[in-house]
Design a protein. Structure first.
Length: 113
């Protein structure tokens, strides 16, 4: 299987930069919720905490993606890129093109759930 490594390398790196920039921005917004008892009602406090939960979950996903991209780049260097981490079968080019940081084939990904 021929893989256009420079193409994926470029995409992985620019995606990583994008994620790192987003994480940097998020640092400003994901701060502990300040519970101002006097001005914030119970409901809006819950809203604020819920919003923070969502922001943290998003941040976790981004951090995970950054580390997956790192792993993908290492595999690229080693010439193992594009092969499933699990079963070592080639990953469908369509899947790779949709998300260059995927490390497993569709079968293994769906087995894992
Ligand atoms: Zn697999």
């Amino acid at each position: 299987m021929e893989i256009d490594t420079p193409f994926y390398k470029k995409r992985l790196k620019s995606r990583r930069e994008e994620l790192l920039a987003m994480l940097e921005t998020a640092k400003e917004t994901v701060k502990p919720v300040e519970l101002d008892q006097s001005s914030v009602g119970r409901l809006s406090r819950m809203d604020a905490m819920q919003a923070q939960e969502m922001a943290l979950a998003l941040e976790r996903r981004r951090v995970e993606e950054v580390s997956r991209i790192g792993a993908a780049l290492i595999r690229l260097e080693k010439g193992e890129y594009g092969y499933c981490l699990n079963c070592e079968e080639p990953i469908a080019p369509k899947r790779l093109n949709f998300n260059p940081s995927v490390l497993t084939c569709i079968e293994c990904a769906s087995k894992k759930g």
